[in-house]
Structures are given as structure tokens and as C-alpha cells.
Ligand binder design. Structure first.
Ligand SMILES: Nc1ncnc2c1ncn2[C@@H]1O[C@H](COP(=O)(O)OP(=O)(O)O)[C@@H](O)[C@H]1O
Ligand SMILES: [Mg+2]
Length: 365
């Protein structure tokens, strides 16, 4: 096998391949290992593998054992790897001794399998079961409720006209119209969730999209002391996506952040390219990711809330629908991206959306 072919295999394989010498120093670190660990090859090379493969000593112990005994060892169950950014990643790991042509031990080859894809597939399978029941129920309900609601709204407006000279009653008809509109809004969101339209993809300029949303939200919160900060990487090219859907996605996240804060705090929205992270696709070259973060310095999310946060109808708000994040997750998945959150109760929350950096009309970019 030519060295060139071997290198191409290492570059394209979906498994993290890490080679260490007998001192346990890293001498090879393929792109999938960079994606899994969050460390670049430059950072990893020459470092003791314990610095990079963090998260309990089980990972390091397996390598030590393979080197000491000169035979292959793999982890029987999932291990947790702590990435460079502090996130935890479920992985499988196997280690094989690397022998020189004369049979002497030269080091070890570590294979890391990122189980995250698996975890999220399991999770989405579970939530898609739930969605099927909800889909049918919701579509039926929405249909049945929409018409009578229109009737109630119309009647309330007529009533308001009839009672034009009774200023003391105006408040009641206003409540009727407002609440009917709120229910219609919920039905609308429900329809978005249960009957999503196919994506209409085109070129989306994330900077101007986020600019517009922030402008809107600044106006909506003009009375509050919420500071909206936008920090973009101006070099990010337009990406292929559905503008309206991406607008809805980021609006939901930014609104949630503002709602979490109440009337005094800071919402920070940022974009950047992660050249160190690449999305491996079954047919095509790995593509870099664009990361959009929405951070707030609100109260954070308690663990028991965090577990249910993407479940349709889960809300902790009096006027909430609990559909916002379910819709966000759907949109991100349809764009082949990921959505993650990090929260520190008492300090705030950051939602991170990672989208593949695919240039419009050039799917292999
Ligand atoms: N930035 C945030 N900070 C704190 N809690 C949040 C944040 N974003 C979402 N949440 C929690 O997640 C729940 C679900 O959010 P979502 O699906 O958008 O529905 P809704 O906003 O209608 O409640 C919220 O009710 C809230 O408890
Ligand atoms: Mg919301």
C-alpha cells in the first residue's frame, strides 16, 4: 500500500486514529481524532496522550496496558472523553501495540469511535416516536380549533364596536381578541413543528440575518435594560440554507435568552468558523463548521429542566408554548447541524448551533 493511500485513509476515515510512542507521546493525530477531541494536530503532536485524552484515567490506563503487555485491548463499554472545550463525549476506544519491522515495540495505535452520533440518533428516535402521536393529534386539533377561533375573534370585535360608548367594557373585548390571537399563535407554531415544509435552500448571509434579528429584538425590548451584542466573523461566506427557517431558529434562541434575563442583562450573539472541527459526511469531503452562539447572563437552567428542554410542550413560562426549542432542533437537524447547550445555574446559558459551511450551489465546497 502506498503511503499516499494510507494517508488518505487516515484523513477520511470516520474513526479517530492516534499513534503514541513508547513514552505515550502523540506522534500521529488524524482529522477525526481532532474532531472528537477538539484539539488540533499541531496542539496534540508531541504532547503526552494523557493531556489530550482526558476524562478519568481509564483512557490512559488502556494505553498503558497495551504498551506494557504488548497486546490489543479495547474498552468494553462507553467511556467519557473530556474535550478541549470541556464538553464530554461518549467514546469507544481500542488500543493496539505498534510493532517495528523487527518486532520491537514502537508505540501504540489508539482508535476512538465517537458515539455521539449514536446517542443523538437514539434520542431522536425516541423523540420521533413521541412526535408521531403528537403530529396526528395536533393536526386534527389545529384544524378543529382554527375556524371557531376565527368566529370568536370576529364576534369579539363586533361586540367592541357595539359597546363603543362603554369605555369601561373595552378592556374585556381587548382581552378576548388578544387571547384568541395567542391561541392562534400556538396553533401556528404547532403546525410549523408537525408539518414542516420542505427546505427552500439558497444563499444565507448569517451576518445580515443575525443583524436583522438583533435590530428587531432591541426594539421589542426598548423598555428593558437588555444589552444585545453581536460579534461576527466578517469573513464567513454565505452558507447554503433556508433563510426563513434559520431566521426562526435564531429568533427563538435569542428570544429565549432575552426572556430568561427578564429586564436587565446581556444577550451576546457570535459567529465563528471552526476550522478545527469538520463534519464528516458519508459521500463527500469533510466540511468545516460555522458556529453561532447565543449566550445570556440569565439564571441558567437547572439539571431537571435541561433534561426536558427539547421536549415539545415543555415550558416553565406562564405564557410559553414549549415548542420553540423543538422547532429549533428540527431546523438544525434539517440543516445537518448540531445544537448544544452549556449552562451554569446563576450565571447564564449558551446555546451553540453548528452548521456545515457549505457554499450555495457548490455542495462539495
Ligand atoms: N436561555 C435560556 N435560559 C434559561 N432557560 C431557558 C433558556 N432557553 C430555554 N429555556 C427553558 O426551556 C424551556 C423551553 O423553551 P422553549 O422550547 O423555547 O419554549 P418556551 O419559550 O415557550 O417556554 C423554557 O420554558 C425555559 O424554561
Ligand atoms: Mg421559547
Amino acid at each position: 500500500m502506498s503511503a499516499d493511500l494510507a494517508n488518505r485513509i487516515l484523513d477520511n476515515i470516520d474513526l479517530g486514529v492516534i499513534v503514541v510512542d513508547t513514552e505515550e507521546r502523540i506522534i500521529l493525530f488524524n482529522p477525526a481524532a481532532q474532531v472528537a477531541t477538539g484539539w488540533s494536530e499541531r496542539q496534540a503532536r508531541g504532547r503526552p496522550c494523557g493531556d489530550i485524552l482526558r476524562g478519568g484515567d481509564k483512557l490512559k490506563r488502556l494505553i498503558g496496558e497495551a504498551l506494557a503487555r504488548g497486546r490489543s485491548i479495547s474498552s468494553p463499554d462507553r467511556l467519557i472523553l473530556r474535550r478541549a472545550d470541556g464538553c464530554e463525549l461518549p467514546v469507544n476506544m481500542s488500543v493496539s501495540p505498534l510493532l517495528d519491522t523487527d518486532g520491537s515495540l514502537q508505540g501504540a495505535t489508539v482508535i476512538l469511535k465517537d458515539l455521539r452520533q449514536l446517542v443523538s440518533l437514539e434520542e431522536s428516535a425516541r423523540s420521533s416516536d413521541r412526535m408521531n402521536t403528537i403530529d396526528t393529534l395536533a393536526a386534527g386539533l389545529a384544524h378543529e380549533i382554527r375556524n371557531p377561533l376565527g368566529g370568536i375573534r370576529g364576534a369579539a370585535q363586533l361586540l367592541a364596536k357595539e359597546l363603543a360608548d362603554r369605555a369601561d367594557l373595552a378592556e374585556y373585548t381587548e382581552v378576548m381578541v388578544r387571547e384568541v390571537d395567542r391561541v392562534s399563535g400556538i396553533l401556528e407554531e404547532l403546525a410549523n413543528l408537525t408539518r414542516p415544509r420542505p427546505l427552500k435552500t439558497g444563499a444565507v448571509d448569517l451576518t445580515s440575518l443575525l443583524d436583522r434579528i438583533i435590530l428587531l429584538e432591541r426594539q421589542a425590548h426598548a423598555a428593558d435594560a437588555i444589552e444585545f451584542i453581536l460579534q461576527v466573523d466578517p469573513s464567513i461566506p454565505p452558507i447554503e440554507g433556508d433563510e426563513e427557517m434559520l431566521h426562526r431558529l435564531f429568533l427563538n434562541l435569542i428570544r429565549n435568552a432575552a426572556e430568561a434575563i427578564g429586564n436587565n442583562g446581556r444577550v451576546r450573539v457570535g459567529t465563528r468558523i471552526r476550522p478545527d472541527l469538520r463534519l464528516h459526511r458519508p459521500a463527500g469531503r469533510p466540511v468545516p463548521l460555522v458556529e453561532v452562539t447565543v449566550s445570556d447572563n440569565g439564571p441558567g437552567i437547572p439539571a431537571e429542566v435541561e433534561k426536558r428542554i427539547f421536549t415539545p410542550f415543555f415550558t416553565t413560562k406562564k405564557q410559553g408554548t414549549g415548542l420553540g426549542l423543538s422547532i429549533c432542533q428540527r431546523i438544525v437537524t434539517e440543516h445537518h447541524g448540531m445544537i448544544q447547550l452549556k449552562t451554569r445555574p446563576g450565571h447564564g446559558t449558551t446555546f451553540t448551533v453548528s452548521l456545515p459551511l457549505i457554499s450555495p450551489g457548490n455542495k462539495e465546497a
